[in-house]
Design a protein around this ligand. Structure first.
Ligand code: SAH
Length: 351
């Protein structure tokens, strides 16, 4: 039985029309699910009894099962969810000054093999289906509604999405796009594309395809190195798509969408954090409509990498070359918030 959260509004319209219902029923169903938080088809009282029966017989509206919910002192909340095949995934809520941001997972495990990342400790087992990605946001939305029942400031709903959890979203391309479509739908979550950020390690053909769609979503590139030598050591994807190809795709994206791109750059002790690396990075991205998010490395005990002690100097060196950059705030340092850490710990892979 298919989960109703899998369908974009258009897909649901087509499906209803094929079964002799009205296309506008899709809007009604979306409103019940996403605006009124009602998942029980029987309670969707403006639908005909016949349609409710059809929904009951053909769909379920199951959410994910919460295994762990860790709240950090800084407000970050990390959820570990169980999927129907007993696999687990994680989702992080990060309260920000501008709204409630949720970091979603797109795959069970990850095949990109970045050596510094805890997610890759578990190889990709499968892609998440659309409903499993949607359900993460749905769940956190409901959590916020319960936590702030009388709120009028917007704290009680998810307003921003970062697709930066476990997995490579562009390696689960169609499902990620349908997820974005459901987020965007005015009858769905109503989250504007500009409030959605997709992060990729650099799958060049998919970056170009994504650019061609001309969505207003933000694209973040996990760059993490200023040259091929360093990038090859820490990100195997660079062997397939070296920097010259990646930068060509970045230029293509900027030209097609007229959007500013974000480069993420984790600062790892003695790997990529020298002033010389900063100068190389500046030369690599000079003149592009882009800015750099410098990220203090979140240590994973099982690997040899350590957090940089040269963050200030790196930042100043980039600034001196007139590169737009910020040092990203760290979240949930007290609750295993590094990518993949919670799940890896639960599955006994990390201490
Ligand atoms: N596969 C996508 C999205 C998932 S990772 C990508 O590579 O962009 C999200 C971001 O967290 C990436 O920039 C990733 O490199 C970074 N990251 C992974 N492990 C980290 C760690 N231990 N500390 C800080 N950032 C980390």
């Amino acid at each position: 039985m298919n989960n109703i959260l899998k369908y974009t509004n258009k897909q649901l319209q087509d499906l209803l029309a094929e079964n002799n219902f009205k296309k506008f029923n899709a809007d009604q169903i979306f409103e019940w699910i996403y605006l009124k938080n009602e998942l029980d088809f029987q309670k969707m009282t403006n639908l005909s009894l016949e349609l409710r029966k059809f929904l009951n017989e053909n769909f379920n509206s199951q959410l994910l099962e919460e295994l762990v919910c860790q709240e950090s002192n800084d407000g970050t909340v990390k959820f570990l969810f169980k999927l129907c095949d007993n696999r687990s995934i994680e989702t992080v809520l990060m309260p920000q000054s501008y709204g409630q941001s949720v970091c979603v997972t797109t795959q069970v495990g990850c095949n990109m093999g970045c050596t510094f990342c805890a997610s890759g400790i578990i190889k990709k087992i499968r892609n998440l289906d659309v409903d499993e990605i949607v359900a993460q946001v749905y769940y956190v939305n409901r959590y916020l509604k319960n936590k702030y029942p009388n709120d009028t400031t917007g704290k009680n709903r998810v307003s921003h999405i970062v697709v930066m959890g476990i997995g490579e979203p562009l390696d689960n391309y169609e499902n990620t796009l349908n997820f974005i479509n459901i987020l965007n739908s005015p009858k769905g979550f109503g989250i504007g594309a500009r409030h959605i950020t997709v992060s990729t390690c650099g799958l060049v053909p998919k970056i170009k395809a994504f650019a061609d769609l001309q969505l207003q979503a933000n694209l973040a590139i996990s760059l993490h190195a200023p040259n091929d030598e360093i990038r090859n050591q820490i990100m195997p994807i660079n062997k397939a798509f070296p920097l010259v190809k990646l930068m060509e795709a970045v230029d293509y994206y900027i030209a097609k969408t007229n959007r500013r791109i974000t480069f993420e750059y984790i600062l790892i002790d003695k790997v990529n954090d020298s002033v010389e690396s900063a100068h190389q990075l500046a030369a690599l991205i000079k003149g592009k409509n882009a800015y750099v998010n410098l990220i203090p490395y979140n240590e994973v005990h099982e690997n040899p990498f350590r957090k940089s002690t040269n963050i200030d100097n790196f930042f100043k060196a980039l600034k001196s070359k007139k590169i737009n950059c910020i040092v990203r705030k760290e979240f949930g340092a007290d609750i295993d918030a590094a990518c993949g850490q919670l799940r890896a710990i639960r599955e006994g892979i990390l201490k």
